[in-house]
Design a protein around this ligand. Structure first.
Ligand code: SF4
Ligand code: SF4
Ligand code: SF4
Length: 289
């Protein structure tokens, strides 16, 4: 092998219990593959592994049981397949996304292209601690974005069409937050209870509830594992471009400021969330010219 250390430095080559073999982890943002890519992965697992693949928690795939003398050739083949090895060391690991508006009837935002765009912007930045990012199309948060270092959640505010409500009560039934009630024969929203999930908008049989202010909530500092933590809201933005910019700024802040070997949630506790938020704002300010 010509440059084994460079290959290992990229991450994604995980030595197994039997150190004669390694598992190769791939980078597949949002976990979406074409049938063609899938076939190629099957061929590579057959040719260089033990004929199996492993689906991970973070919507990516691993090819187990690969011998070191195959690393270089399989790494090149995976690169050509647009499923490169990676997503394992201290870096932005595989960005995950729920199906979003492409398939889910509850979604408020597109998620899969957003996850891919985020990946393109931040993949490969060398950060001192792992950064996990999840994109959820609505506040049901099926992929637990608040248990990631960066969580993105699509929300909308329901807007009522004045004077036309029949008082049928369908939206009241659908709202899990009990944020809608009937008063004097019309539905009334309690803004304090509303989590802006948008479900009521789809529920009205007369189409009297409209989506207003589609936006992205960005939370920071969550984690899974032994001591799970729930991420805290950092900012709300209105466009996917702004999401990508905020994510980049957070990752850049981590690159410049965070310590190695410690999870972001702990570091936010130590420096204080307000100080962190201020730091991110300064990063933005530095970008405004
Ligand atoms: S988080 Fe919302 S949009 Fe995404 S899959 Fe779940 S219900 Fe659908
Ligand atoms: S947006 Fe969601 S939480 Fe708010 S009123 Fe509608 S159903 Fe309830
Ligand atoms: S579902 Fe529509 S018509 Fe029925 S109470 Fe709600 S807003 Fe009014």
């Amino acid at each position: 092998m010509k440059d084994e250390s460079a290959l290992h430095a990229r991450g994604g080559i995980i030595t197994e219990r039997n150190t004669d073999f390694a598992t190769l982890r791939l980078r597949i943002p949002a976990g979406v593959l074409s049938a063609c890519q899938l076939r190629r992965l099957a061929d590579l697992a057959d040719g260089y592994g033990d004929g199996t693949v492993h689906l991970t928690m973070r919507q990516t795939m691993e090819i187990p049981h690969v011998r070191p003398d195959s690393f270089e050739v399989i790494a090149r083949a995976l690169e050509e397949n647009n499923t490169p090895i990676g997503a394992e060391r201290d870096e932005v690991v595989n960005v995950i996304a729920c199906p979003g508006t492409e398939r889910c009837k509850y979604a408020n935002i597109e998620t899969i292209d957003l996850a891919r765009t985020i990946d393109r912007r931040v993949a490969g930045i060398r950060v001192p601690t792992k950064v996990r990012i999840a994109v959820s199309g609505c506040t049901y948060m099926c992929n637990s974005p608040l248990l990631n270092e960066i969580g993105i959640i699509g929300r909308i505010r329901p807007l009522r069409t004045p004077g036309l409500c029949t008082g049928c009560g369908t939206c009241v039934e659908y709202c899990r937050q009990c944020a809608i009630s009937l008063r004097n024969g019309v539905s009334v929203l309690d803004e304090r209870r509303c989590v802006q999930c948008g479900i009521c908008v789809h529920s009205c049989p007369y189409n009297l509830l409209k989506p207003e202010y589609e936006h992205y909530q960005i939370a920071v500092g969550g984690r899974r594992g032994m001591e799970p933590r729930v991420g805290r809201e950092l900012v709300t933005v209105e466009t996917p471009e702004a999401v990508v910019e905020v994510v980049y700024r957070i990752v850049y802040w981590i690159y410049r400021t965070a310590w190695s070997g410690r999870l972001l949630a702990d570091q936010l506790d130590e420096i204080g969330f307000d100080a962190f938020r201020e730091g991110i704002r300064k990063e933005f300010a530095g970008n405004e010219e």
